[in-house]
Design a protein around this ligand. Structure first.
Ligand code: GLA
Ligand code: ZN
Length: 662
C-alpha cells in the first residue's frame, strides 16, 4: 500500500461522473457546477467500455479526452476507471461463454452490468487490452489522481458455477489438498460423498438438499480469490505502465455484502476505497455507517481511506427508498471523515435521465440546483475546504473488534440451529460500544493486538488452532476479551470442535456448553441483574469462571448466560446469549470499565465523537444525531466556524463540529 495519494489540498469531495450519459454541451455546465459545489475529485468512465471500444478493437477516446481536459481546466482531479466493469454487448454477444452461470445452471444474459465470469480468458484478455490502452493514453494526463479499477467486484455476480470455473476450482483445491485430504476436510463420508477422482469434484451447484459445508466454504474462498486474481491482473497493467499513479478498487465493506475476503483484497490495493449506503428503514443507520467506516479503516491498516460512493439522498434498490432528511448526508459525510475517510464521494454527480438508476439520488438532482440536495452538497463541499489540516491524520482507538469474512461464510450456511446473520450480530454488539462513546478498530483474526485494552470477538465461528492460541496469548498476557456465542465452534473446514462448545475457547472462557437452546422469534429471556436477552441461549456449565448473570426461570432457569474468567494476567468474558440493546450497554460498560477503556469525551447519548490524530495536533469530530442542541466539554478552535470553543463546544441538533484541540 502506498497510502493516500491524490495530493488534494482538502478532503476529497465529488462523485462518479458519467458524462457519456449526457450531450457535450452539458459537460461545461457540469464542471462549472462542480466548482460551485467544491468538487475536487470525480471518478470517470466506470461504465464507459461500450463508448470507448465501440466495436471489436475500434476505439473512440475523443470524448473522454475532451472531458478530462475540461475537468483539468476546472481544477478537478480524476480517479479514472479502466472501464472494465460492464462488458459491451458486442463482446458478450460474440462470446456467450464469457457470461456467468448461476448455481442452477442458468447462464445470465447481457442487458444490465457485470456480465462476466471471473475465469473467462476472453473477458480477461479484453479487459487487460482496454486497460493498457487507457493507461497509455491517460497515464500522463495532469488531471489523473488515481486509477479506479473495475467496480464493486462481485456486487451482482460473486460466484460463477460454469464448467470452466469448476475446473479452476479443482486446480485451486489441488494446490491445498490431495484427494484424501479433501475428503477428510469436507467430511465426505457423510451422505456417500466420497470422491475417488478429482473430476468428480464440482462447485456447490443446486443439488437435492443441503450441500456439503466444507465444499461451500472452500468455494466461497475460491470465488473471492478468483475475482482477486482478476483485479490483480488489471492492476498489474496499470502499476507497470504508470508506477506513480495509485490504484484502487471500490470495496463494499458494509451491511449489504460479504462475499469477498477484503482482508486479502486490501493487501493488493495502493489505497483502500469503499462504497457505503445507509439502510433507509433503520433508525440507527448512522451506527451501521460507523461500523462500516471502522471496518474500512481496519482494512486500510489505520491509514486514511476514500469513501468512493455514498448517496446524497434516496437510493433505488431498497424496498422503500426514503429520502435522506435535511442534514443527514452532511452527518454521514462527517462520520466517514471522523473515522478516517480523507474524502467522501457520491454515486453520482448528475442524476441519470434514463437507465436503471434514474431514480437514484445524485449530487445534482433532476430538479436542478435549486434543491435541498444541491445546497447541502455545496455547503459541505465548501466546509471541506476548511478541513485540509485533517488530511493524513489517523484515528485513536483503545478497543479492537475482530471481523472475519470466513466466519460469515461458514456460519451463515443452512442447517444451523438458527438462521444466522454475521454482520447483524457484529453490529448488535458494536451498537453498545457506539452508545458508550468508544471508538473501535476493526481487525482480522491474528492481528497484532498490542496497545488495545480490550478485544471484542463476536461470533468468530471458525478458527484455526493458531487463531485460538492467538486470543489466549493476548489474554494470558493481560489483555481483556469479550467473546460471544457461536465463536470457536468449528475448525477452518467447518468441522465441529468436539468436547463441548465453544470448542476452541472453552479454556480461555472457563465454560463448557453442552446444548444450544435457540429462543422462539419474539421471545425474551429474563436474566439476573435486570438483564434481558433474545434469540439464543445455551445449556452452559461454569468451569472455573465467575457467573455474572444467569437465566431466571424458563428451560434454563439458573444457567449462566454471562460469565467472566480470569485467565493468566487478563480477563475473558463470555456472552452466551444475545443481550437486548440496553442490557448490552450495561454489560459492556462493566467490561470497558474493567479494561480501563474510557469514552473520548463525555457526550450525551446519540452524539458521536471521534478523535483524529496528527503528528503534533489532534482533532475531535462531533456529530449530533439527536434533536437537541448540546454543548461538549471540549476546548480548541472549531474549524468550520473558526470560533474558539473556550466555554465548551456547541453542537446544534443534527449538526456537526470539528475542533482542533488545544
Ligand atoms: C453501487 C455501484 C454504483 C451504483 C450504486 C447505486 O455502489 O457501484 O454504480 O449502482 O451502487 O447505489
Ligand atoms: Zn465461470
Amino acid at each position: 500500500m502506498t497510502g493516500w495519494p491524490t495530493g488534494l489540498a482538502s478532503p476529497s469531495w465529488g462523485g462518479d461522473y458519467n458524462p457519456e450519459q449526457w450531450p457535450e454541451h452539458v459537460w461545461k455546465q457540469d464542471v462549472e457546477l462542480m466548482r460551485r459545489a467544491g468538487v475536487n475529485l470525480v471518478s470517470v468512465g466506470i461504465f464507459a467500455w461500450a463508448r470507448l471500444e465501440v466495436a471489436d478493437n475500434r476505439f473512440d477516446f475523443g470524448w473522454l479526452d475532451q472531458v478530462l481536459d475540461l475537468l483539468h481546466d476546472g481544477g478537478i482531479r480524476v480517479c479514472l476507471a479502466n472501464a472494465t466493469a460492464s462488458p459491451p454487448p458486442w463482446l458478450t454477444g460474440a462470446n456467450p461463454d464469457l457470461l456467468p452461470v448461476r448455481a442452477d445452471g442458468v447462464r445470465l444474459s447481457h442487458g444490465s452490468r457485470q456480465e462476466y465470469c471471473p475465469t473467462s480468458p476472453v473477458y480477461r484478455d479484453r479487459a487487460i487490452a482496454l486497460t493498457e490502452k487507457i493507461a497509455l493514453r491517460y497515464g500522463e494526463h495532469p488531471a489523473l489522481a488515481a486509477w479506479h479499477v473495475n467496480n464493486e467486484y462481485g456486487c451482482h455476480v460473486s460466484r460463477c458455477y460454469c464448467d470452466r470455473c469448476a475446473g479452476v476450482f479443482r486446480d485451486w483445491l489441488r494446490a491445498r489438498y490431495d484427494l484424501d485430504g479433501l475428503n477428510r476436510a469436507w467430511g465426505t463420508d457423510f451422505w456417500s460423498q466420497h470422491y475417488s477422482s478429482w473430476d468428480q469434484v464440482l462447485p456447490p451447484r443446486v443439488t437435492p438438499t443441503l450441500p456439503n459445508p466444507g465444499q461451500v466454504l472452500d468455494f466461497a474462498r475460491f470465488c473471492s480469490d478468483a475475482l482477486l486474481d482478476l483485479f490483480c491482473a488489471e492492476r498489474d497493467v496499470l502499476s507497470e505502465l504508470t508506477p506513480d499513479v495509485p490504484v484502487t478498487t471500490n470495496f463494499m465493506a458494509n451491511w449489504t455484502f460479504k462475499a469477498l475476503n477484503y482482508w486479502h483484497w486490501a493487501a493488493e490495493v495502493d489505497f483502500v476505497s469503499n462504497d457505503h449506503y445507509t439502510r433507509a428503514d433503520d433508525p440507527e443507520r448512522h451506527i451501521e455507517l460507523a461500523l462500516s467506516a471502522d471496518l474500512v479503516r481496519g482494512l486500510s491498516r489505520g491509514e486514511p481511506w476514500l469513501l468512493m460512493e455514498q448517496s446524497t439522498s434516496a437510493v433505488n434498490w431498497q424496498p422503500r427508498n426514503f429520502a435522506k432528511l435535511a442534514g443527514e448526508m452532511r452527518r454521514n459525510s462527517y462520520s466517514h471523515l471522523a473515522r478516517g475517510a480523507d474524502g467522501t464521494l457520491f454515486f453520482q454527480w448528475r442524476q441519470s435521465r434514463a437507465g436503471a438508476e434514474r431514480f437514484h439520488s445524485a449530487m445534482l438532482p433532476h430538479a436542478g440546483e435549486d434543491t435541498k440536495v444541491f445546497r447541502e452538497v455545496t455547503q459541505v463541499g465548501e466546509e471541506y475546504g476548511r478541513l485540509a489540516e485533517l488530511v493524513g491524520s489517523t484515528v485513536d482507538a483503545q478497543v479492537a473488534l475482530v471481523y472475519d469474512f470466513e466466519s460469515a461464510w461458514a456460519a451463515e450456511q443452512p442447517a444451523h440451529p438458527v438462521a444466522f446473520d454475521y454482520y447483524a450480530t457484529v453490529l448488535g454488539l458494536y451498537k453498545a460500544l457506539w452508545q458508550l462513546g468508544v471508538t473501535v478498530d476493526v481487525v482480522p483474526p491474528s492481528a497484532d493486538l498490542t496497545g488495545y485494552r480490550l478485544v471484542v470477538v463476536p461470533a468468530l465461528y471458525q478458527v484455526t488452532d493458531d487463531e485460538a492460541r492467538w486470543l489466549e496469548d493476548y489474554v494470558r498476557a493481560g489483555g481483556h476479551a469479550l467473546v460471544t456465542w457461536f465463536s470457536g465452534i468449528a475448525d477452518e473446514n467447518s468441522r465441529v470442535r468436539l468436547g463441548g462448545y465453544p470448542g476452541a475457547f472453552r479454556d480461555l472462557l472457563g465454560v463448557r456448553v453442552e446444548e444450544f437452546f435457540p429462543l422462539a422469534e419474539g421471545d425474551t429471556a429474563k436474566l439476573t441483574g435486570g438483564l434481558s436477552a433474545s434469540y439464543w441461549s445455551e445449556l452452559l456449565h461454569a468451569n472455573g469462571c465467575e457467573v455474572v448473570s444467569s437465566y431466571v426461570d424458563g428451560p434454563l432457569d439458573g444457567v449462566p448466560a454471562v460469565t467472566r474468567n480470569v485467565f493468566g494476567e487478563g480477563v475473558a468474558w463470555y456472552l452466551a446469549t444475545t443481550l437486548d440493546a440496553d442490557s448490552a450497554v450495561t454489560v459492556l460498560s462493566d467490561v470497558l470499565a474493567g479494561a480501563g477503556v474510557t469514552p473520548i469525551v463525555s457526550a450525551p447519548p446519540g452524539v458521536e465523537v471521534v478523535r483524529r490524530r496528527g503528528e503534533r495536533i489532534s482533532w475531535l469530530v462531533a456529530i449530533n444525531h439527536t434533536g437537541a442542541d448540546v454543548v461538549l466539554p471540549v476546548e480548541g478552535v472549531e474549524l468550520i466556524s473558526g470560533v474558539d470553543t473556550a466555554g465548551g463546544l456547541p453542537v446544534p441538533a443534527g449538526g456537526v463540529a470539528v475542533v482542533r484541540e488545544v
